[in-house]
Design a protein around this ligand. Sequence first.
Ligand code: ZN
Length: 252
Amino acid sequence: MAAFQGALMKVIWWLLGTAGLSVLAADLLGRQLGLGAQGGGDESIEKVALTFDDGPSPQLPALLDLLSRHGVRATFFLTGERAEGDPQAVRAMLEAGHQLESHGYTHRHALSFTPWGEARQLGWHPQPGRAGRLYRPPWGGHSPFTRLLARRAGVKVALWNAESCDWLEQDGAALARELLPTLGGGANILLHDGPDEERSARTLALLDALLPALRARGLEAVTLSELNPRPLGWGAGWKRLREMWIRPPSAS
Ligand SMILES: [Zn+2]
């Protein structure tokens, strides 16, 4: 009996260890290094992409006005819950020529789902059936199943290679000044739509400062499909990892 109990405990510890290592490996390889996920575009092209997560928010009309004023089309990663609650906003974004992609049905970390729950999370898209659909996991978070489920759902995992830090409590124009020197051709910039008036005002101020400065440097802001992002390899992954550890945690 004691021998059986000892063997059972070994199996339990082995299973727990394997599960723990799988979770750590998924986070390191999938989120922090982002290996295989879409990052930035070719550095030799003079284009950057603005990507907005978490919408549509009540502040979207002001953001659409600003983008229209600057003559810019962007990419929005929407959640299913918000998109279903505001179909008019979804229509407005499409009519303005913006690219719509998925931020999951609900804004929850991949590890909070069962595998079948994560499959449903990944299965939602604002334009189901469209070719080349993208999925940006909330906070970039990965479970050990995320990449497998994305492949099964026919979506590509899309991350970013430049962070606007528009979630920090700082002046929007100051954030733009800090961001600008880090940007070059092919940048895939993470920004947010909302979630409240204060954060939205900061993002708008950031964009009002950033967009003319980008234009002055000859960098055109385009949608992600026009940027044609490449999968992140080891070199870009290490750069991403270093920047992640010297900057505050992302609020994607
Ligand atoms: Zn998010």
